[in-house]
Design a protein around this ligand. Structure first.
Ligand SMILES: NC(=O)C1=CN([C@@H]2O[C@H](COP(=O)(O)OP(=O)(O)OC[C@H]3O[C@@H](n4cnc5c(N)ncnc54)[C@H](OP(=O)(O)O)[C@@H]3O)[C@@H](O)[C@H]2O)C=CC1
Ligand SMILES: O=C1O[C@H](COP(=O)(O)O)[C@@H](O)[C@H](O)[C@H]1O
Length: 426
């Protein structure tokens, strides 16, 4: 998971968890990914809030299932789904079925059985995000299953995943703090991007979350940082001699960072329409990618050193020139019943970012993102300048390009100019 953690918020509330080290890089033993369940650290409750939604079904539950089927989760583990929609456990299970891939990970088990066992561990509770009742019930359910798994003195762990529009994070966080904190071990809260709508709401959100949880309890997630090729960007740039001397304004004409989806909102208007494509994709996923493409080599790979270099890139970005911005909305967006009829929310945006520093002065970073386009693709396209003093007159062949395709089917490839050799018989 790609996670950023800032340390500027003072711990406001003591957790009932054992003391956590001051060193943010030092993870408690029980946090290390491990299949050794003997050091797993007690019953684990994973609570997905917004369980009826798109993120939950497409990514969160499938990710938990992947960990489960590969044996990374303890046997004493329960998953809870919470949302306002009135559904039974079975209805939620049915909804998730097509997203949970029954694949053989171990020759001794039947994948269908593993999926059934996993679904049986999911309990759905419906309730409001702003009222006590649902959260009291959620806490009772968690406690009931914790007690089934262990005696009252054993430690337990609770992880709350907010798969919800950010506008409801404060309400939900207050309810968690009020009713659902773990009294026998740690509590963690994962919040999704975007972290607010603008500077003001982001600061308000930060301070509200900061008054309820300590930084050690809070995780902010951007799932693009977990993609294979995004994880490889720093390795590719700084561990390969090829790239080191050419990665600059002397050689690079422009960088294009592109996200395309070939489907629309599909009932996600409740979240999407309030935020739009710039806040949904560009401001977080694509800007994270830009930082990794543009930053200087960090002192080390520690999260703080990487963050420091990213921040320097962000500080060098010039205000966006409105003439270099294009926004649009795909035809049919307002046919989605969850989208208001008079919506002017952009579903497509293209804009140019300019980084005013020694490495990138004059190189446009062209960011594009759109829903309901011709194809599904995310890629970074680095276009190089033409070779000076060209003797081949081959400009029409196009520029040298280095392309990193993040999805689908990860790939890195180069576009080079070559010739087709012709044998001439004398
Ligand atoms: N979808 C995706 O692929 C990804 C989404 N995200 C992030 O996940 C979060 C949720 O997105 P997603 O699941 O797509 O959105 P959804 O629109 O599917 O919303 C999730 C759930 O939240 C509740 N909800 C929706 N709108 C509102 C509202 N206005 N007020 C209160 N509750 C509401 C609904 O549950 P109910 O009505 O049952 O309570 C809904 O099922 C966002 O922050 C998004 O950025 C991140 C990565 C990928
Ligand atoms: O964060 C989001 O990402 C998804 C796209 O994720 P991907 O990993 O499938 O590329 C996008 O559909 C959604 O609108 C957005 O909230």
């Amino acid at each position: 998971m790609g996670v950023t953690a800032e340390k500027d918020v003072p711990p406001a509330v003591e957790d009932a968890a054992p003391a956590v080290s001051d060193d943010p890089c030092e993870k408690p033993e029980s946090d290390q990914p491990t299949k050794d369940k003997s050091i797993a650290g007690g019953c684990l409750s994973l609570i997905v809030l917004g369980a009826s939604g798109d993120l939950a079904k497409k990514k969160t539950f499938p990710a938990i299932f992947n960990l489960y089927k590969q044996g990374f989760l303890p046997d004493e583990m329960h998953v809870f789904g919470y949302a306002r929609s009135n559904m039974t456990n079975e209805e939620l299970h049915e909804k998730l079925l097509r997203y949970l891939k029954a694949e053989r990970t171990d020759p001794t088990t039947n994948p269908e059985d593993v999926r059934k066992q996993f679904l049986n561990k999911i309990t759905y509770i419906h309730g409001a995000y702003d009222a006590d009742e649902g959260f009291i019930k959620l806490n009772e359910e968690i406690l009931r299953l914790e007690r089934e798994e262990s005696d009252d003195n054993s430690p337990t762990r609770r992880l709350f995943y907010l798969a919800l529009p950010p506008s409801v994070y404060p309400l939900v966080s207050k309810q968690i703090r009020k009713h659902c904190m773990n009294q026998r071990g740690w509590t963690r809260v994962i919040v999704e991007k975007p972290f607010g709508k603008d500077l003001e709401s982001s600061e308000v959100l930060s301070s509200e979350l900061g008054s309820l949880f300590t930084e050690d309890q809070l995780y902010r997630i951007d799932h693009y940082l977990g993609k294979e090729l995004v994880q490889n960007l720093l390795v590719m740039r700084f561990a390969n001699r090829f790239f080191v001397p050419i990665w600059n304004r002397d050689n690079i004409a422009n960088v294009q960072i592109v996200f395309k989806e070939d489907f629309g909102t599909q009932g996600r208007g409740g979240y999407f329409d309030e935020y739009g494509i710039i806040r949904d994709i560009i401001q977080n996923h694509l800007v994270q990618v830009l930082c990794l493409v543009a930053m200087e080599k960090p002192v080390s790979l520690s999260p703080e050193h990487v963050r420091d270099e990213k921040v320097k890139v962000l500080q060098c970005i010039e205000p966006i020139n409105e003439e270099e911005v294009v926004i649009g909305q795909y035809e049919g967006y307002k046919d989605d019943p969850t989208v208001p009829n008079d919506s002017v929310t952009p579903t497509f945006a293209s804009l140019v970012l300019r980084i005013n520093n020694e490495r990138w002065d004059g190189v446009p970073f062209i960011m594009k993102a759109g829903k309901s386009l011709d194809t599904r693709k995310a890629e970074i396209r680095v276009q190089f300048k033409d070779v000076p003093g060209d003797i081949f007159k081959c400009k029409k062949q196009g520029r040298n390009e280095f392309v990193m395709r993040l999805q689908p089917k990860e790939a890195m490839y180069m576009k080079l100019t070559v010739c087709i050799c012709v044998i001439t018989l004398l």
